[in-house]
Design a protein around this ligand. Structure first.
Ligand code: ACO
Ligand code: ZN
Length: 496
């Protein structure tokens, strides 16, 4: 794993090196490719012929997948050796990874096979058990004060989760049996995408179709969006220069003519649910995945273009969707949303969260996160977002947690009352684990005379004052019109 958290390209072992030409460079090779004026190692994921010549789809070392791009020959340095793919090894690994989609608690894989499980498979199999997102950050601190923690006077029971769930891997699989399976499992690209859309699992994807962004451009209301990741829209949509999505009902169209016809007929002007919050700035709607299956599936397809690691597209029944909009004379326009399980065994209060790219970095993510915690407060529960978090998700949550804990502590510091981790957790509806990790990351926990104490460094107070001056909007909890919905077991899932 690279420092940025992205898998390193070519991390599958040593590779043979040699010179390549534009004709011999093939999928799986690692070449030196210019990005932002710098030469970077990049894995070639696909090759296509265009009117202007051959193009190579590159995944750059240390860069998030959303920065993958098609590059012309001129950006590849053929003076340098390329690293050839380990073909035989790859096939075996591929076969194993395919098998690894079977999640089972029955058998323990050997350490060797555990290592070989790809990152995406891990993240699916380990949902709910991934170490805390701040674990890496604070690991060294934990090590340093491991013994102190044992004596801590503040009761904190939570420890970061263990590794990924066990997976059943077929150790005996030979290349021949893998090839046979490959044959029986071979799908057309079209079938494969249909299967992805209707199963919602990225791991059932022998052709690794999902590694390559399929939609290049989306017209959405008055915005043009440039997707970051693959989303399983029907195969034909991938061949269009631009697709069209109705910003209200979220139906998708491959051509302008049918889209225009739809727009004339479409009467929806806001998300199809109850408006549970309204202020001068935004509204929130609550939508039941079971009652509004098509709309919610369409929302998931849309959001998959900007979310890399979540698998939900089709089985939306067990989820509620909290959708934030902004109003004008034309209607309520989608800004972002979060989904939430009707009943979460892991006490998650958010499954997926997204601000559409045209609204990002304007403070809407904070509003979405705040709203999710306000709902938890009403429920009287402590909540946390589903893991793993994306890079942007982690940045946003860290910011939210830090700001809110600091604000609360500043209020407490003025009074006499003692503030413990439990008090913070209850007041903010955050898990004690998230509170403790945040305090550690901000170096706000000190060990003094056999006791853990919370301190507020002066620098943080000053920083917070500055950022508060910039921060314009917050959710007004008084305006939330919501009672925790009650579901029967049948209404949480599929109707059959
Ligand atoms: N670079 C650096 N910091 C960032 C960035 C960024 N690109 N984006 C957010 N942050 C941090 C900043 O600290 C920011 O505060 P600041 O602007 O005052 O510095 C803070 O997060 C909040 O930013 P917002 O503007 O409120 O957040 P935004 O509306 O951009 O939404 C979100 C954040 C939802 C994560 C958005 O980036 C997004 O939709 N990303 C794609 C989907 C995704 O990754 N979702 C999270 C997946 S994890 C999960 O679903 C549980
Ligand atoms: Zn419509």
């Amino acid at each position: 794993m690279s420092p940025s958290g992205e898998p390193e390209v070519g991390s599958d072992g040593p590779r043979q090196k040699g010179k390549a030409t534009p004709d011999t460079l093939k999928v799986g090779c690692i070449a030196h490719v210019t990005k932002d004026g710098q030469p970077r190692r990049a894995e070639i994921l696909s090759i296509k012929e265009t009117k202007s010549g051959r193009q190579f789809y590159c995944n750059f070392d240390n860069f998030n997948k959303r920065l993958d791009e098609w590059v012309p020959v001129s950006r590849i340095d053929f003076e340098q050796d390329v690293e050839w793919p380990n073909s035989e090894k790859d096939k075996q690994k591929d076969a194993k990874n395919k098998k690894s989609t079977v999640v089972s608690k029955k058998s323990q894989p050997s350490k060797k096979t555990q290592k070989k499980v790809g990152k995406r498979e891990q993240s699916v199999a380990s949902e709910g058990q991934t170490p805390h997102p701040w674990t890496e950050f604070v690991e060294s601190q934990n090590k340093a004060d491991g013994e102190d923690r044992a004596n801590a006077s503040l009761e904190v029971g939570a420890t970061p989760g263990v590794g990924p769930d066990e997976m059943e891997l077929d150790e005996d699989e030979t290349p021949a049996s893998a090839a046979k399976k490959e044959h029986t499992q071979s799908f057309s690209r079209e079938q494969e995408i249909e299967k992805l859309r209707t199963s919602g699992s990225m791991t059932q994807n022998p052709a690794e179709i999902s590694r390559i962004r399929n939609i290049s451009q989306v017209e959405f209301g008055r915005y043009v969006l440039f997707p970051w990741y693959f989303s399983p829209y029907p195969e034909v949509f991938g061949r269009e220069d631009s697709i069209y999505i109705c910003e209200f009902c979220l139906s998708y169209y491959g051509d302008l003519k049918s889209f225009s016809r739809h727009r004339q007929k479409c009467t929806l002007q806001h998300p199809p649910g109850n408006e549970i919050y309204r202020d001068d700035f935004v509204s929130f709607y609550e939508i039941d995945g079971r009652r509004q299956r098509t709309w919610c599936r369409n929302l998931c397809l849309l959001s998959k273009m900007f979310l890399d690691h979540k698998t939900l597209y089709y089985d939306v029944d067990p989820f509620l969707f909290y959708v934030m909009t902004t109003r004008d004379e034309k209607g309520s326009h989608l800004i972002g949303y979060f989904s939430k399980e009707k009943e979460s065994a892991d006490a998650y209060n958010v499954a997926c969260i997204l601000t559409l790219p045209q609204y990002q970095r304007k403070g809407y993510g904070r509003l979405l996160i705040q709203f999710s915690y306000e709902l938890s407060k009403i429920e009287g529960k402590l909540g946390s977002p589903e893991k793993p978090l994306s890079d942007l998700g982690l940045l946003s949550y860290r910011q939210y947690w830090s700001e809110n804990i600091l604000d609360l502590l500043l209020v407490y510091s003025e009074g006499q009352e003692k503030c413990t981790i439990e008090t913070i957790a209850t007041r903010l509806a955050m898990t004690t684990q998230d509170v403790e990790h945040t305090l550690q990351a901000l170096k706000m926990q000190v060990y003094h005379k056999g006791e853990h104490k919370i301190v507020i460094p002066e620098k943080l107070v000053q920083q917070r004052e500055k950022s508060k001056a910039k921060q314009k909007r917050v959710i007004d909890p008084e305006r939330i019109q919501w009672k925790p919905p009650v579901f029967t077991a049948a209404s949480r899932t599929w109707g059959w």
